[in-house]
Design a protein around this ligand. Structure first.
Ligand code: X90
Length: 284
């Protein structure tokens, strides 16, 4: 396999990926009292509980250039997957790392993918990369195919609080104030620019699921792959899964939990849904 490697930041919520060599580079959640490194050793539920009890400032930090270079290690063909450049500096530091790596090793290859998304949509892209590598495709073929594929993958989210997003300047403060009201959920999607695009606000778990399903079908979901990442909300994740299976019995759906970065921003109750749908722009 010509020493292929997939290197992702921890926003994809994958601590491990068994198909091919893989490394996850952690983002960090910081408060004035603690630093939570988003790696496999971290107890995410414990972090969520501690952050809820803490009332001071909290924020996040993306990987730096050396973090990325360490993860590239001595691979020859690297696919590097980052959280959206619309909300984080992770893509930028990965690109700098890639340039340095290629200067030191001109015969090797690095392709940095700006997911313009996070969580389950990133996970779907990583799964695709894994399949293409295992299928024995060349580096250039994989780049072309994953670009086409990325035009068909989507992210929808439902959040009970925008507190941490607003406090860290990732959504407008006025929008941030909408939540915190009992039972109100914000439903939205990753925009084409990789920012939060709020599509609706709804009240109650049932209306939230209906809104997610409506958005999925409007963006061409038709029974393909779905990845649901939840923050301490298995019940809603399973309801969504069941509703999808009623309509699309052959859908391949996997539920998993958000790691630290997505948990910090999606907050307790948050649902992130990555799926295959129609082309986002132009033709595939
Ligand atoms: O560089 C950093 O410190 C990381 C900043 C990340 C900021 C946003 C993370 C959002 C996570 C929230 C809902 C999904 C929004 C996706 C829009 C593209 C999850």
């Amino acid at each position: 396999m010509m020493r292929f490697k997939i290197v992702s930041d921890s926003s994809a919520d994958l601590t491990a990926f068994s198909a091919v060599p893989f490394a996850s580079v952690p983002l960090k959640i910081t408060t004035s009292e603690a630093e939570f490194v988003d790696n496999a050793e971290l107890d995410v539920s414990d972090m969520i509980g501690r952050l809820e009890k803490y009332s001071g400032r909290s924020g996040s930090a993306c990987p730096n250039v050396n973090d990325w270079l360490d993860a590239f290690a001595d691979a020859e063909n690297i696919f590097c997957v980052t959280i959206t450049s619309g909300l984080s500096g992770s893509y930028n530091s990965a690109c700098i790392a890639a340039n340095e790596y290629l200067q030191a090793h001109p015969e090797r290859h690095v392709y940095v993918i700006d997911t313009l998304s996070t969580g389950p949509e990133s996970a779907i892209l990583i799964e695709k990369l894994g399949q293409l590598i295992l299928a024995g495709k060349s580096f250039d073929e994989i780049v072309a195919e994953v670009k086409r594929y990325q035009n068909t993958t989507h992210l929808i989210f439902a959040l009970e609080s925008l507190h941490n997003l607003a406090n860290n300047g990732r959504v407008n403060r006025v929008v941030g104030k909408i939540t915190g009201l009992l039972g109100i959920r914000i439903v939205g999607k990753a925009s084409l620019q990789g920012t939060l695009e709020i599509t609706n606000k709804v009240r109650g778990a049932e209306k939230t699921l209906a809104e997610i399903l409506k958005n999925m079908e409007q963006t061409g979901y038709n029974g393909g792959k779905v990845r649901i990442h939840h923050c301490e909300n298995r019940t809603s994740a399973e309801s969504l899964c069941n509703r999808l299976l009623q309509k699309f019995p052959k859908a391949e759906i996997i539920i998993s939990t958000t790691r630290a970065l997505c948990s910090f921003y999606a907050e307790r109750g948050g649902l992130l849904v990555g799926y295959e749908g129609a082309c986002k722009k132009g033709e595939a």
